[in-house]
Design a binder for this molecule. Sequence first.
Ligand code: NI
Length: 203
Amino acid sequence: MFRNGYMLRQTLPAPRSAAIVALMSILKIARMGHPVLRARSQPVADPSAPEIHGLIADMAETLADIGGAGLAAPQVHVPLRVVIFRVPQERLTGRADDQAQDLTAIINPVIEPQGDEKELGWEGCLSVPGLKGAVPRFARIRYHGLAPDGTRIDRTVEGFHARVVQHECDHLDGVLYPQRMTDMRLLMFVEEGTRYPIDLVTA
Ligand code: NI
């Protein structure tokens, strides 16, 4: 059950039974240049499979450990259509349908842009460490897919919520955010961006 490269952590003290031993793993992140990030990921055939639930639990632990808004399965070397993400309060854009969102896991997600409007906003990626870039994304989208408990997720969202979903779902098609950029002058090291801030409204 321990896939190649996984670490084992037992997070609960003195379990009363084997059933409550928590076995979760922090996964290695693939970085830009690894072919898994260029591949098109496969749909999940059985969303109820224990392996999928294990993968999602491991992805959630990995994201919590590293910090970040989202993670797609190919970023942990698993070419399946699974993403997790959250919408932190501090990233909200002020749009009505851009609301803070706790961690969401979605299997076989599909995106439908709502209208043509695009917004420019900053993105980073755990697979492109140290950099950030300004990326145009659809301002409003509908997305749907399956939650790990088998229920259907169907949301219409805007702003950062729409951005993080588009970013994560791009990973499933082998697309990294620099490929979506239209002005490569706005690709930079995070440290330099902090030293020399750019206002995207006037950029
Ligand atoms: Ni990413």
